[in-house]
Design a protein. Structure first.
Lengths: 226, 191
């Protein structure tokens, strides 16, 4: 409490330490609180230093005539304005040049970015006849036991014919890969459908990356659009 | 222009001593203070035609000095690196019984924490004896604003110095910590 009171008083414009000397509480507090003590000490030092330096002006031998001569000598050329004008012109040119370089860098310098372009789902335990007998994704889902409407809806929401599948290793059962799934939502739809069918197991979900060479600006635009 | 020039220099003459000292205080070095003063006067001379009210010559001149000072302070980082600190020779301390050396050193440390604007304000208020009303006029702000700004600047300076004092106290405490020396028993006599 006293710390706050002392700091508030120190901040006030008319602070006088002498007025505190009569205040026994404050004096006792200063004895035990090094923070307040150092603050009061600092304020006292500042006051005394400022008082001392106020009356001691920095010594300079510059006379008014000297200044007048040097100021008037600088005038005829009137070069200050011109020099500044030339200087600011140069600065503007530099700024424009720099901006140009940055724009060229952003637009034309290609960088290689690794981008996620889709997902692939590996499915294990698919019946050999079903896997090898299906030509398209919709008949495949139907052969796995899905209702016709449900299969059509699923394929439509995956983007129609864009989704492809391929048959992998086959022994008693086959491995299938459903590829060209664009988003995580597509993956979730297919995984949920496969789990609901209970015919086979999801082996793994593989994100597909592609290295693309494009400028920083092109990359930024693509990111914004996506 | 001749008449105007004479009028300009007559007005400068009234402020010369104080303004030059003020520049010295702001710039930290006497030489830099002279340069600051001359640069400011060149600008003032160029702009004197635009001064409509001769009565306000003093705040107008100080505004130019302050802006010149701030422009220097804002100068490129490589120029800042070459700025010299106040040239107080260590020898001053030995030949200075008035405590001026210590006072300058302490004030330098305290002023270091201030922005150029606050430094200008504190210098004018505390060392140049400008009134709050004059400062408010100079800054085109209210007196309350000036008081608040001064109070905050003072608090920053106080904090800085108090930290310094606490550090010094801490160091002294370490140095004065009593050491216990164990004197080995003198075995020569017994032998």
């Amino acid at each position: 409490m006293l710390c706050r009171r002392i700091q508030q008083k120190l901040n006030s414009h008319d602070w006088q330490f002498d007025s505190y000397r009569q205040d026994a509480d404050v004096m006792a507090h200063l004895d035990i609180c090094p923070r307040c003590r150092s603050l009061v000490q600092a304020e006292e030092a500042l006051r005394s230093d400022l008082r001392l330096l106020k009356h001691k002006e920095p010594s300079s031998e510059l006379t008014l005539n000297d200044v007048r001569r040097s100021v008037e000598a600088a005038l005829p050329a009137r070069s200050i304005g011109h020099a500044r004008g030339a200087h600011s012109g140069l600065r503007t040119a530099l700024v424009f040049g720099l901006v140009g370089v940055v724009i060229i860098f952003l637009v034309f310098v290609p960088f290689t970015f690794r981008e996620k372009v889709g997902y692939e789902i590996a499915i294990a335990g698919v019946d050999k006849n079903i896997a090898q007998g299906s030509q398209d994704i919709t008949p495949l889902f139907r052969a796995l036991g899905m209702e016709k409407d449900q299969a059509t809806d699923l394929v439509d929401s995956l983007g129609g014919d864009k989704v492809r599948f391929s048959v992998g290793e086959c022994s008693e059962t086959c491995h299938l890969r459903i590829s060209d799934l664009k988003t995580e939502r597509d993956v979730k739809l297919v995984v949920n459908a496969i789990i609901a069918l209970g015919c086979c197991q999801i082996d793994k979900i593989i994100p597909i990356f592609r290295d693309e060479s494009t400028s920083l600006l092109g990359h930024a635009v693509r990111k914004l659009n996506s | 222009m001749g008449q105007q020039s004479d009028q300009f220099w007559r007005l400068v003459e009234l402020e010369h001593h104080k303004a030059l000292a003020y520049c010295g205080r702001l710039a930290e070095r006497a030489d830099d203070g002279d340069d600051l003063y001359q640069d400011s006067l060149i600008k003032a001379f160029h702009g004197f035609e635009s001064l409509r009210n001769i009565e306000s010559f003093r705040p107008w001149l100080y505004r130019i000095i302050n802006n010149t000072y701030k422009a220097r302070f804002r100068s490129s980082w490589w120029k800042k690196l070459t700025l010299h600190r106040r040239d107080i020779e260590a020898a001053d301390r030995l030949t200075d019984p008035t405590g001026l050396y210590d006072a300058k050193r302490r004030l330098d440390v305290a002023l270091e924490v201030l922005s150029p604007d606050d430094r200008i304000l504190v210098t004018l208020a505390e060392l140049e004896d400008w009134t709050i009303a004059e400062l408010a006029d100079l800054m085109s702000k209210s007196e309350g604003f000036v008081k608040m700004r001064l109070s905050r600047a003072r608090a920053k300076m106080r904090q800085k110095l108090s930290r310094l004092y606490r550090d010094q106290l801490h160091q002294t405490a370490i140095l004065e910590e009593p050491h216990v020396y164990v004197v080995p028993p003198d075995t020569t006599e017994t032998q």
